[in-house]
Each structure stands twice: as C-alpha cells, then as structure tokens.
Design a protein around this ligand. Structure first.
Ligand code: RIB
Length: 293
C-alpha cells in the first residue's frame, strides 16, 4: 500500500454548514485516517499481508500512526518520519451520513519518487500495489512503473480527484473512481461512456463506486451494474477506502473480479454503519457474520 496517513478530526452535526455559517455539532471524534492508511488497515483486517509506504511527522499524530500499524500487523519498514507535520483531515458528518473533508497533507507531500524507489523490492515482490492521490501523483507513477515491470497488479483509487499524466494508463490494471472522480477524468459523459473511455486508455478494469447504488464495472466482457450491499448508514467516511481494500484483497488472493467486487461491497457496507473510519473497517470474520456473501 502506497499512500497517505492523516489524523482525522471529526465533528458530527445535524447538518453541514454553508460557506460562512457556523453549526453546532453533537460529538467530536479523533482517529487514524487518510485514504492510504484506511485502505492499508482495511486490507490487513481482511487478511491481507500489508506493507505501508508513506510518511508521518515527528509528532504525536505520527507516533499514533505507528502504534496503530503495529497493532494491525502492518509492515512499516517504508514508513518515513519526515520534517513536516503529520497530515490532518478536518471532517464534518451530518445526520444523513454525508461528509465534508479538508486535508492538510503535511508529511504526505514528502512521499517522493525517491522514497518510493527505496521500496522497490517490496513493490516488485507484492501481489498488488494500491495507491491513491493524497501523495504526489509522480510518486504513484514511479511505484506503478516498478510494479508493472515486475508483474505486480496495479490498482489506483484516484481520490481525491486530480488530473493524471497521460503515461499512467499503460501501467494501471484497475481503477476505482467515484462518480465525481470519473467526471473529472473523463468529462461530463454519461457514466457508462466515461467508464468505457477510461478502459480504452489502457485495457483497464474500471470499477466506479456509486454509494448506495453499488458499482458499475467495465472490464473485458463489457459493463455490469452490481448492486450495493444494504446497510444502515451513519457515516460514509472511509466507505470507498473499505471497498477499494476489499477489492484489492480479493484480487491479491486470486479471486475473480466478481468475487473481489463483492468483498469490496461487503466491506463498504460495514464501513458506513459506524461513526469515524477505524471502527467501520471490518475483519474477515465480522464481514462473514454481519454481511455474508
Ligand atoms: O477517505 C476518507 C479519508 O479521506 C479520511 O480518513 C480523511 O483522512 C481523508 O483522507
């Protein structure tokens, strides 16, 4: 796993504020977050053997990240401590489980191509490389080239939305945009056309996450809409991360795309049932009990 760690500072409130508005919340939560870290922890809990390539600062939030990874059994050989504060995300969640997120990347912006190169053997020896866009895109591209060369499957969760370099498509195997990210990559075309457009750029499996609607998957055999697993949502933060991790673990285990997507959807369903991210990231046995196949 290559990506970000943020400390999530979360306010639960009846509704999200408009620009310039103050709303009174009901609760404050604090916990490990960041798209890369969430996906790493989710994958480890689902049974994946995970090494995390990233960066934290020499501060309390960075120490907390390291303690969490130790607890989760995640390999931190390639987790740098750098001269910038650990990333922070300010998050608000309303009564409809919707959120607003602003991230100060801090240490995450020092996950450089050189830092990635130091993990070359681990990337080349892995079943799958998973990355997102809360670190510099050229660092992901460096890792993806190493992985692609070595025959490691490359999965990009292109979040948050950002332009991608043209040469990235040749080294991607799977991409998991949400509808907003798909629009930013492929323009305002209908979702099926946009997914087909992305697929055509590199023979990629395109899995578009659509919240309670499920996913739209465009692969070698065409396009399929796969429904979501039903769950009562209290907080959707991290649900996309749980989905991506489940999909990645399935692929790494050699499961079919259908089965891997199903694992992702079950993990995503569990994630929305808990406030904050960490408690929503299920173990395999929790998923088998609460959201059986
Ligand atoms: O995807 C959810 C994550 O986005 C949060 O944990 C927050 O840190 C932001 O990176």
């Amino acid at each position: 796993m290559l990506g970000s760690f943020n400390m999530d500072l979360v306010v639960l409130a009846p509704q999200l504020p408009e620009p310039g508005e103050t709303v009174l919340g009901t609760e404050f939560l604090r916990g490990p977050g960041g798209k890369g870290s969430n996906q790493a922890i989710a994958a480890a809990r689902l049974g994946g053997e995970v090494a995390f390539v990233g960066a934290v600062g020499a501060d309390d939030f960075g120490d907390e990240a390291r303690r969490q990874y130790e607890e989760e059994g995640i390999d931190t050989t390639f987790l740098l401590t750098v001269d910038r504060p650990t990333g922070v995300a300010l998050i608000m969640v309303d009564d409809d489980a919707e959120n607003l997120i602003a991230v100060a990347p801090g240490a995450n912006s020092l996950v450089t191509p050189d830092a990635v190169r130091s993990a070359t053997d681990a990337i080349a020896g892995a079943d799958i490389l998973v990355g997102q866009l809360e670190i510099p895109v050229e660092s992901f591209l460096t890792a993806a080239r190493i992985a692609s060369e070595a025959g490691t499957t490359v999965l990009l969760n292109p979040a948050p939305a950002a332009p991608l370099p043209d040469d990235i498509w040749a080294v991607l195997d799977v991409i998991t945009p949400n509808e907003h990210e798909l629009g930013s990559l492929a323009g305002a075309a209908p979702i099926e056309w946009a997914a087909t457009d992305l697929r055509s750029r590199g023979d990629i499996d395109v899995v578009v996450t659509r919240g309670p609607t499920g996913v739209l998957w465009t692969g070698a055999n065409g396009t399929r809409q796969i429904p979501a697993v039903r769950a009562v949502a209290v907080d959707t933060t991290g649900a996309g991360d749980a989905f991506t991790a489940g999909l990645a673990v399935g692929i790494a285990e050699g499961a079919s795309m259908e089965k891997s997507i199903s694992l992702g959807l079950r993990a995503g369903a569990h994630a929305v049932t808990k406030p904050g991210v960490l408690d929503g990231l299920a173990t395999r046995s929790e998923l088998d009990r609460l959201f059986p196949e």
